[in-house]
Design a protein around this ligand. Structure first.
Ligand code: HSE
Length: 437
């Protein structure tokens, strides 16, 4: 029987899960592929841990370069993360003519263009299903299942940590900082949670999805990224009163003006399925011109859910290692020479509806002044909520939901509203998405 020899770089959570799934489901995988997928070597700094995990069945090295230079290894599975050492190792593996499977979204979003060019020159595969939304086969869906379509937009909850935090803030009425502590205690958030809570991890994943949705190079440097650290409980509560949930969404849309590529807290109607994705789960909505909106849901992280994607990539490599370039799915789902360098729109040029919260002195004529500014800018009001001041208070909250306008128009309107004497604090602005059409 044919055999595919695998080397795994990094035997942490996902590496351990991959080893376990490959071992447990070996017979089933062979039934699918007609090939034995055999782990010949693993590399990890913690040799004792790796030896214990592999139970003496697999060669363990502490030298990652020994693994990528090992002539027995056909495919290198990179699960160490980061951009520096992982980039060197992946490029070395490619130079050595090995296929690569990686779960590393940061590496691909930032260095993917260089990595795919090197792989193309060498004729090796680079597979990365686990890099976006863990166990959800969204890369397969975008590159293959939806290949008949002109993709119009992609939007998703693609960071489990922040979705867990937002779900807890809504359900328990807690502040961001309190829930972050809980997420860290439960092991959801990293000790340094910056990449998660500032939206950077989501922007990495969105960059990859936009590239394969629209057939363009990775453009992470131009992604607009806004996290959830400034989100206030008050706004989650008001949004809920109006029938909306706040989610950290990665959104990429192809418009006639250019591509929108943005991550930020977003109000979504509670009627949408994606608004009801709670806890650490992920979900992605893709709109194709033929199929319409489609939804993909599942675990976006965790040992075996992520291993499910890594092993599916290994199965693809086992099936296609001997195929010609034309028989394989192109790295970004479009022929390499057919990628289009689409322009990314600055955030001021995107179109969105908005949630605005104004803190005002409760006096006659305040609302009239605000609505006049919006009307003069052709910004239509969709819904409004005014809260009466608490006893002994003279200030009140006004919440306004607008129809769609270009962001620079909204920002200019907000600046005018903030200049009104009755407005006592900066206006809170949160973007809204329809996600239905
Ligand atoms: N930190 C990521 C998340 C893990 O919270 O979703 C998987 O990429």
């Amino acid at each position: 029987m044919k055999q595919l020899n695998v080397g795994i770089l990094g035997l942490g959570t996902v590496g351990g899960g991959t080893y376990a799934v490959l071992t447990r489901n070996a017979a089933e995988i062979t039934r699918r592929t007609g090939c034995a997928i055999h782990v010949v070597q693993v590399a990890d700094k913690n040799i004792a841990h790796a030896q214990a995990l592999t139970n003496g069945q697999t060669d363990v090295t502490g030298d990652a370069f020994a693994l990528v230079n090992n002539p027995e290894v056909d495919v290198v599975v990179e699960l160490i993360g980061g951009y520096t050492l992982s980039l060197e190792l992946v490029l070395k593996a490619i130079e050595n003519g090995k296929h690569v499977v990686t779960a590393n979204k940061a590496l691909l979003a930032v260095h993917g263009n260089e990595i795919f060019a090197a792989a193309q020159a060498k004729g090796v595969m680079v597979a990365y299903e686990a890099a976006v939304a863990g166990g959800i086969p969204i890369i397969k869906a975008l590159r293959e299942g939806l290949a008949a379509n002109r993709i119009e937009w992609v939007a998703g909850i693609i960071n489990g940590t922040t979705n867990f935090i937002l779900s807890e803030m809504r359900e328990k009425g807690l502040a961001f900082a309190d829930v972050l502590g809980e997420a860290q205690r439960l092991g959801y958030a990293e000790a340094d949670p910056t990449f998660d809570v500032e939206g950077i991890d989501a922007a990495h994943k969105l960059t990859i999805m936009s590239a394969i949705a629209f057939g363009m190079p990775m453009k992470f440097a131009q992604a607009y990224t806004e996290g959830i650290t400034k989100l206030q409980q008050t706004d989650i509560k008001y949004a809920e009163e109006l029938g909306y949930r706040v989610k950290l969404l990665g959104i990429s849309k192809r418009t006639t003006a250019g591509v929108e590529l943005r991550v930020h807290p977003t109000l979504i109607s509670e009627k949408r399925l994606v608004a009801n994705v709670n806890g650490a789960m992920n979900a992605v909505v893709v709109k194709g011109d033929a199929v319409g909106p489609t939804l993909y849901y599942g675990a976006g992280a965790g040992a075996e859910p992520t291993a499910s994607a890594v092993v599916a990539d290994l199965i693809d490599v086992a099936r296609l290692a001997d195929a010609t370039e034309a028989q394989r799915v192109p790295y970004l789902g479009f022929q390499a020479g057919q990628l289009i360098d689409l322009a990314i729109l600055p955030i001021a040029e995107i179109n969105s509806a908005y949630y605005l919260r104004l803190r005002v002195n409760d006096k006659p004529g305040v609302l009239a002044g605000v609505t006049k500014i919006l009307a003069d800018r052709n910004i239509s009001i969709d819904a409004m909520l005014q809260k009466e001041p608490d006893d002994n208070e003279t200030e009140a909250d006004i919440v306004i939901l607008t129809h769609i306008t270009i962001e620079k128009n909204m920002d200019a309107g907000i600046a005018e509203i903030e200049a009104l004497p009755a407005i006592v604090a900066k206006v809170v602005k949160i973007r809204m998405e329809e996600l239905g059409k």
